[in-house]
Ligand binder design. Sequence first.
Ligand SMILES: NC(=O)c1ccc[n+]([C@@H]2O[C@H](COP(=O)([O-])OP(=O)(O)OC[C@H]3O[C@@H](n4cnc5c(N)ncnc54)[C@H](OP(=O)(O)O)[C@@H]3O)[C@@H](O)[C@H]2O)c1
Length: 281
Amino acid sequence: MSRSVDGNLPVVAVVTGATGGLGREIVRGLVREGMAVVLGVRDPSKGEAVQLELCREPGGGRIEVLPLDLASLTSVRRFGASVADRHPSINLLVNNAGAWFNERRLSPDGHEMTLATNTLGPYLLTETLLPLLQAGKPSRIVNIVSAATGGYDVNDLDWKRRPFNGFKAYTQSKQAVRFMTWTLAGRLVGKGVVANAVSPGFVRTAFLDQATGMVATVLRVLSPFATPPAKAADTPLWVALAPEWADKTGRYVEARKEKNGGSRRESDLESLDSLLRAMTS
Ligand SMILES: NC(=O)c1ccc[n+]([C@@H]2O[C@H](COP(=O)([O-])OP(=O)(O)OC[C@H]3O[C@@H](n4cnc5c(N)ncnc54)[C@H](OP(=O)(O)O)[C@@H]3O)[C@@H](O)[C@H]2O)c1
């Protein structure tokens, strides 16, 4: 693994959802590579605890904590402006934060919460930080998705017409992030920014506690077989840092293996992109 994205320091990364689980281990890996990492967190005290823990890591990386609630478009815009105030350019964005809701709830902007947190927030964040990523090129975007897909309905992303299903809302939101990644990768070809999607596998984190009912029972039974977060962070870090990933874009990766990643039908990508643009403007 290289020390930095292009071999030149300084290198700045933005990582969401780093208060625990997979995100904290991704940040640990980046700090060990000497990167300056901006954590976008909902709860500053949790972010500061991670900062305190990880600043002792060897490697000389630095951590900054800035407020970010991905479920709120206003908060995402504020976070983007704060990052831009502090850094004229960035080289890496890891859209890692994710959530699961068992009941249909609405975000401050009136969207279903899973969609708002897992798709609309990362979409707007990426668009907001794109000028900084382009200023810092060569740059990389790593979107954390799920191996599970399904429940995707472009005509009902907000779950207004269907009975709500938390698991399907989650898999839909992650399918949308895959589509978002393919679109972004296509748009950015030749512009010095690559975008890839990584599934971390089944990881032993607090995330598994969010499910209820049948899904919770299945997850409880399987949880002894889940991968520890430090091990699961290996693939996202590989895609974020390794020289062989400098030019690859629009790929889907699981456990250091490139896989097909599902449908890339242009009409699906276009219809989602225009919807996401409308929902976040
Ligand atoms: N665990 C698995 O088996 C698994 C499998 C496939 C994909 N994934 C994906 O991996 C990523 C990391 O999940 P994890 O397993 O590490 O779960 P986790 O330990 O629950 O971490 C989720 C992170 O997202 C943050 N977050 C949630 N809602 C947010 C919001 N509105 N604004 C900002 N941050 C928010 C949480 O912050 P707070 O501390 O504020 O809650 C936390 O830092 C997620 O995208 C998840 O979908 C996980």
